[in-house]
Design a protein around this ligand. Structure first.
Ligand SMILES: O=C(O)C1=C[C@@H](OP(=O)(O)O)[C@@H](O)[C@H](O)C1
Ligand SMILES: C=C(OP(=O)(O)O)C(=O)O
Length: 429
């Protein structure tokens, strides 16, 4: 089927002075989708409060419903009543890495055949190491040998589990996926990583912390090894924190306009990667403080934002907005350690180099990052590649530069249903 035509490009609102605002953001994608998976595996009904309602989390809810759980998404607090893993069913992964990676190890527990597919680009995102690991743990998987969607799992109602070695250098989600479901495998799961360094490690810490909160025993005392003991998983009653990765464009707006933006309810402790915004924006010359309302960022005088030389390996998903800021900075930047984001919603390094370069940025693409030298930017069309964070990068540049058109701002619905509305409100639109 041909892709649906894109809507008209969106004229990104331009900040004509310092933006002063306080914003409340929807819940974290990573926390919501882990909470839903754990709830479906738990020993009783769960409540996920202030769940994120967006494309990725609704796809997760639909996948778990297809596998036999009852997920009620009608109110702000979602309830999950685990049901028998029934099969046969189809799982639509959309463009959600968390659905494509976290659901197969759960589906392996079902009685029946579970078929997985997703958006066209999803067929190119890596999953092969998870499928090999599942085979090794005793699961029957049919794929075409490419290690990608589409594939089918034939569940037998239980999984032996045990030890497995995989290479998670392409995505931390490979490890998280096996740990989340491993508690329900007969022997639990003992995952070792063998390969180049794993990106996005805070996301594995998030998985381990959430399992432990539900009473699951996890041994992560050795580097590159995680062992989950088999056993019951307590039902959840959890409030989801705001999505701190999605806070990026809002805080960046303070940075580029010389204004002040507060993101409400910033947690005092968190495993979210987006907590790094404080450190990153401080290094760029912003003032960052915690107030009773949340995290407040105040930008420097417009035109004086500092460039960054930083390794973003642990927080790769922040790269698009960081890159937009570097393109606007008054000194050079080098973003390193993020080769893995070529496997995200699009090849983000190539896309950022092309789109920021297209607006005049002096940007160089490297195998594992991007570098920038200061250059005047101009308006133009910023393509989004079905990537929510490319759209975030485009609107940040558009706030500082006249006449930037963002190709498909609606693609932000992956993790933020009315991003364009929330963004426009900051400009009095
Ligand atoms: O587990 C998670 O919730 C995520 C892990 C990270 O993936 P990678 O390890 O593939 O970067 C991150 O970039 C993604 O947005 C969410
Ligand atoms: C990499 C990302 O998403 P996904 O969960 O689809 O991997 C992201 O949100 O930046």
């Amino acid at each position: 089927m041909p892709d649906a035509p894109l809507p008209d490009p969106w004229p990104a609102p331009r900040a004509t002075g310092p933006v002063e605002a306080t914003v409340g953001l929807p819940g974290s994608k990573s926390l919501t989708n882990r909470a839903l998976v754990l709830a479906a595996l738990a020993d009783g009904p769960s409540v996920v409060r202030r769940a994120l309602r967006s494309r990725d989390s609704l796809l997760m809810a639909a996948a778990l419903t297809g596998l036999g759980s009852h997920v009620d998404t009608s109110a702000d607090d979602w309830t999950v009543t685990p049901g028998a893993f029934a099969g046969d069913t189809d799982v639509d992964c959309g463009l959600a890495g968390t659905v494509m990676r976290f659901v197969p190890p759960v589906a392996a527990l079902s009685h029946g055949t579970v078929s997985f597919d997703g958006d066209p680009h999803m067929r190119t995102r890596p999953i092969g190491e998870v499928l090999l690991a599942l085979r090794h743990l005793g699961v029957e998987v049919d794929d075409d040998g490419r290690g990608a969607l589409p594939f089918r799992l034939h569940g037998r109602g239980s999984v032996r589990g045990g030890r497995v070695v995989l290479d998670a250098s392409q995505s931390s989600q490979f490890v998280s996926a096996l740990l989340l479901a491993g508690v329900r495998y007969d022997e639990g799961v003992d995952v070792r990583h063998d390969g180049k360094p794993i990106p996005s490690l805070p996301h594995i810490d998030m998985t381990v912390a959430m399992l432990r909160e539900q009473g699951v025993e996890v041994d992560d005392s050795d580097a590159h090894r995680w062992a989950v003991a088999p056993g019951p998983l307590r039902a959840l009653d959890r409030t989801i924190e705001p999505d701190l990765s999605n806070a990026g464009p809002f805080l960046a707006l303070a940075a580029v306009s010389g204004g002040s933006v507060t993101v409400r309810d910033w947690p005092s402790e968190t495993t979210q990667a987006g907590d790094a915004w404080g450190e990153l924006l401080t290094a760029m010359g912003c003032a960052v403080e915690r107030t009773p309302d949340g995290l407040r960022v105040t930008g420097p005088e417009p035109g004086t934002l500092q460039g960054l030389d930083v390794d973003l390996h642990d927080v790769g998903e922040l790269t698009p907005v960081v890159a937009a800021l570097c393109a606007l900075a008054s000194t050079p930047s080098h973003l390193r350690g993020v080769g893995h984001i070529r496997h995200h919603e699009t090849d983000r390094l190539a896309a950022l180099a092309r789109e920021l370069g297209g607006l005049g940025a002096d940007v160089t693409e490297h195998p594992d990052g991007l570098s920038f030298r200061p250059a005047p930017l101009h308006g133009g069309l910023f393509h989004t590649y079905a990537d929510h964070r490319m759209a975030h990068a485009g609107v940040v540049v558009g706030a500082a530069v006249d006449d930037v058109l963002v190709e498909d701002v609606a693609t932000t619905a992956k993790t933020f249903t009315d991003f364009a509305g929330a963004w426009s409100a900051l400009f009095g639109r």
